[in-house]
Design a protein around this ligand. Structure first.
Ligand code: ADP
Length: 477
């Protein structure tokens, strides 16, 4: 609105203060140009025709007079409006010649008023041909009066333009405020509510595409924050539950040893085993929490080294020997050719350990777990497959999320929901591809791929290329 008002003020100011002067100056320039054009033709045979034609075309009065102001020839196209035409004795013309001679310029102009009609004329005089003794002058007279009617029309138009502009500005203001300001104010209010911890709000502002996009981004951010907050709450509940159970057990069994089984070596051993097992659970939990807090604060650093993948995986398997022998688990390592890889060995170990532990925890009664090494061009793929209950399609994308735990297992299996998210962070930090495939009721496969130094495989792939060529050649033949 202010902008429109400014434009209108400018228009009106120019209209009122400058139009008159501007018009006069333009008219004067015009007449001076006509005069100089005619003066240049002075002395030519058809000058009289030229004068007549010019006067006719421009609706002006042109006359050529001698030094005394007597008209030699000319053409009046202004009729009785012409002031000069009413001056029977040429006195005005004579006076004009005097004023031209008195001025230093070679043209002189002034505004004269028609006494009878009150209209104003612009008169311009300049020398034209003739000789020193017998000078001739060209006088051009033009009406400047139509200006008043023109300005009147322009002002009238300006008035309507002003009204239309104001209305348009008003409409545009309303549209902009509806589509831009209002949704943004709404978004701000919602964001404030959100900032105060109200997760029930929703960002659904409508308006320009940019506003809607902002709204969608905020909604997504809200969902993410809500998810993390929910999961965090759940984690605290889980962790406190998981901490309390082993602590209660540790306390109860320690008391039992003190009061009852202290002197009974068999019972005491049994009770001490429970205490040790529960302490292990506790330390695992605390380790997970420490690892995640280190990751969260961005302090995880990789200590990369080259090692043989086959040795590493065989080494991992030794840990499960007891489980295989005592609990009847069928855990096997299916190797491929040995490959040297570069990675943070300890952390990769942690990932494999986590995958296998999960497979054990969630494999149910099947107890069949495979640790598979598959060499691919440019990478070695490690897979941990179980024949457990599998993971549903909806939950599959969530398993690597922080604090996520499958509902079903909450009571039976001790876990924090952090294991896989730690794996994810480790693998991401390494820039290794990883993922999971799972079919409900059939089992799951957790995998990751370590890129290998080109040397070994470039030769292989070249050989393969060669094979392909020969194959193609043979086919052609
Ligand atoms: P947790 O400490 O609960 O094991 P993880 O991050 O290791 O946490 O795993 C997250 C969730 O993913 C588990 O609670 C479980 O529901 C699911 N999950 C992980 N591994 C498997 C698997 N091999 N089979 C089925 N579900 C699994």
């Amino acid at each position: 609105m202010v902008f429109t008002a400014l434009i209108l003020v400018l228009l009106w100011v120019f209209q009122y203060f400058f139009l008159q002067n501007y018009y006069r100056a333009a008219k004067e320039r015009d007449l001076a140009l006509t005069a100089s054009r005619l003066a240049a033709e002075a002395g030519s045979s058809d000058i009289e025709d030229l004068v007549r034609e010019t006067a006719y075309k421009n609706a002006i009065n042109i006359r050529v007079v001698d030094a005394m102001g007597n008209q030699l020839y000319g053409e009046n196209n202004m009729g009785s409006f012409s002031v000069l035409a009413q001056d029977k004795f040429g006195t005005q013309q004579f006076e004009l010649i005097g004023r031209l001679e008195a001025s230093d310029d070679n043209t002189y102009s002034e505004i004269i008023k028609n006494k009878h009609f009150g209209n104003k004329e612009l008169v311009l005089i300049t020398e034209m041909g003739g000789n020193e003794k017998d000078k001739q002058y060209l006088i051009i007279e033009a009406s400047i009066d139509p200006l008043d009617s023109t300005t009147k029309i322009i002002r009238e138009q300006l008035f309507y333009i002003s009204i239309i502009l104001f209305e348009m500005a008003f409409i545009v203001t309303i549209i902009i405020s509806r589509r831009l300001s209002k949704p943004i104010t709404e978004l701000t209010d919602t964001a404030k509510q959100f900032g105060q911890g109200d997760y029930e709000i929703s960002f659904d502002a409508k308006g320009y595409a940019e506003v809607e996009e902002l709204s969608n981004v905020l909604e997504d951010a809200k969902d993410e924050i809500k998810k993390v907050t929910d999961l965090r709450k759940e984690l605290i509940a889980n962790v406190s539950h998981d901490l309390r159970t082993p602590l209660t057990m540790v306390k109860a069994y320690a008391e039992m040893i003190r009061d009852l089984s202290g002197d009974n070596p068999v019972k005491r051993e049994e009770h001490l085993k429970v205490i040790i097992d529960e302490s292990d659970r506790l330390s695992n939990l605390v380790n997970d929490l420490l690892a995640i807090s280190r990751i969260e604060s961005g302090k995880m650093e990789l200590n990369k080294q080259s090692f043989s993948i086959k040795e590493k995986l065989e080494d991992c398997m030794t840990r499960y020997q007891l489980l295989i022998e005592q609990e009847g688990y069928d855990i096997q390592y299916i190797p491929d050719d040995d490959v040297t890889v570069t990675a943070d060995m300890e952390k990769i170990d942690q990932v494999i350990y986590n995958f296998i532990n999960n497979a054990i925890n969630y494999s149910g009664d099947e107890k069949v777990i495979r640790l598979v090494q598959k060499n691919k061009p440019g990478a070695v793929r490690i897979e941990v497959t179980d024949n457990g209950q599998g993971i549903s399609k909806e939950l599959l994308p969530k398993v690597f999320d922080r604090y996520y735990r499958g509902e079903k297992y909450k009571r039976d299996v001790v876990g924090t929901g952090l294991g896989l998210s730690i794996c994810k962070e480790i693998l991401k930090k390494h820039d290794f591809a990883f993922g999971v495939t799972s079919t409900e009721g059939v089992g799951s496969t957790f995998w990751f791929e370590i890129p290998v130094e080109e040397k070994k495989h470039t030769k292989r792939s070249k050989d393969k290329e060669k094979d392909k060529h020969t194959e193609a050649e043979q086919r052609e033949q």
